[in-house]
Design a binder for this molecule. Structure first.
Ligand code: NAD
Length: 354
């Protein structure tokens, strides 16, 4: 058997914990990549993995991603992630969530959890019944930070697209700039609405075609089939659906000089960032441009723990810093000839002391 710590996805993670609770049927992995900047923060994924090794891979990769994302967002948090291994029927019970909450509590604050794929706000409220180390809980009032991170993520991407258009196309306004948006859910829909207010021309696609069509009608945009969106000739391609879409075939199809969107893990493999740069395409590293949501839930968590109300203007101020970070990355990339994804990784590694 090869040693676990020689696996390619293991990156000197500080802790990788297997949680088993036979009574409730809980099997989970909690991975803490780095707590250099603060408690390891990152959501809990509830997913059925036919091969449990994929669950370990997800926990390792996603927790490292959270270290980078939190560091580049200027947050006093490290990187962590949990995965709960669901059965084929995705059975989720209150006892299971309670046992998971107990496991988070037992880490004494080294790990702070939140929602991720397969975990709802109501599930997190259940977990919060057993531990305080939870963020992304419902908040009351429009002026409070926290709650659904989608609109905050969209806000950051909107700012990031404006910065990319400025950097690559030399335009100060989005008026008439053509953006093709893949995925019109919480994030993609929010981005589309913000861009539309500035007069951008929109082409939208979603596997739920009615969703894209309804938004196109609302915003006076156009739609294309979900398999055609990556080859739309436009100024910006904004991926807001799936990860790993920037592979050899995907990059070859792009007819846009800019890729800037919220989907996590857009690059299928590490070398695809270089491939984008070689095609002259400006890429906004995903974990930098999509940090709006984590900024909101983290500030909500930190304020709650201090017993203070959290001002939404502070969240907006920090989200407005995303374009500055992107600009720094792109300038460094222009100067060094190193692709923007690698520049961002190096900056993040420096921040977390690696
Ligand atoms: P969502 O489920 O609300 O929306 C995703 C949309 O993409 C759905 O409408 C879905 O039908 C569509 N879709 C799926 N596959 C598609 C395909 N092949 N082509 C076109 N459309 C497709 O999810 P979301 O919260 O908007 O998140 C979107 C992406 O952003 C995900 O990758 C997520 O990990 C990432 N992200 C989200 C947040 C957040 O705050 N919600 C934060 C950071 C990153």
């Amino acid at each position: 058997m090869t040693a676990f710590w020689t696996e390619p996805d293991y990156d000197d993670h500080e802790l990788v914990q297997l949680v088993r609770d036979p009574k409730s049927g809980l099997t989970a992995i909690i991975a803490l990549h780095s707590t250099h900047l603060g408690p390891g923060a990152g959501g809990t994924r509830f997913w059925h993995y036919p091969d449990p090794r994929d669950a370990m891979r997800d926990a390792l990769r996603l927790s490292r991603g959270m270290s980078y994302k939190n560091a580049m967002a200027g947050l006093p948090m490290g990187g962590g992630k949990a995965v709960i291994l669901a059965d084929a029927n995705r059975t989720k019970t209150p006892d299971m969530l309670a046992a998971f909450g107990d496991a988070v509590e037992a880490l004494g604050g080294r790990y702070v959890t939140a929602e991720d794929v397969g975990i709802s706000e109501a599930d997190m409220v259940a977990v919060a019944g057993r531990t305080d180390y939870v963020s992304g809980l419902p908040v009351e009032g429009d002026d409070a930070a926290g709650g659904d991170p989608g609109p905050f993520t969209a806000m950051g991407i909107y700012h990031g697209i404006k910065a990319a258009v400025q950097h690559k196309l030399g335009k100060d306004s989005l008026d008439g700039v053509h953006v093709a948006i893949q995925g019109t859910g919480s994030v993609g829909g929010g981005v589309a609405r913000l861009l539309s207010r500035d007069g951008a021309k929109l082409t939208l696609a979603d596997i739920h075609e009615d969703r894209a069509a309804a938004l196109a009608e609302e915003l006076d945009g156009e739609t294309v089939g979900h398999d055609a969106i990556m080859s739309v000739a436009c100024d910006v391609f904004s991926p807001n659906a799936l990860g790993a879409i920037l592979d050899d075939a995907g990059i070859a199809r792009l007819e846009a000089p800019i890729v800037a969107g919220g989907a996590n893990n857009q690059l299928a493999r590490a070398h695809h960032g270089k491939q984008l740069a070689e095609r002259g395409i400006l890429y906004a590293p995903d974990y930098v441009i999509n940090a709006g949501g984590i900024i909101s839930v983290t500030l909500e968590y930190l304020c709650r723990h201090k017993g203070e109300p959290c001002d939404i203007n502070e969240v907006r101020k920090r989200i407005a810093q995303i374009p500055g970070r992107l600009e720094e990355i792109w300038c460094e990339s222009d100067d060094s000839g190193v692709s923007s994804d690698v520049v961002a990784d190096r900056m993040a590694q420096k921040l977390i002391g690696r």
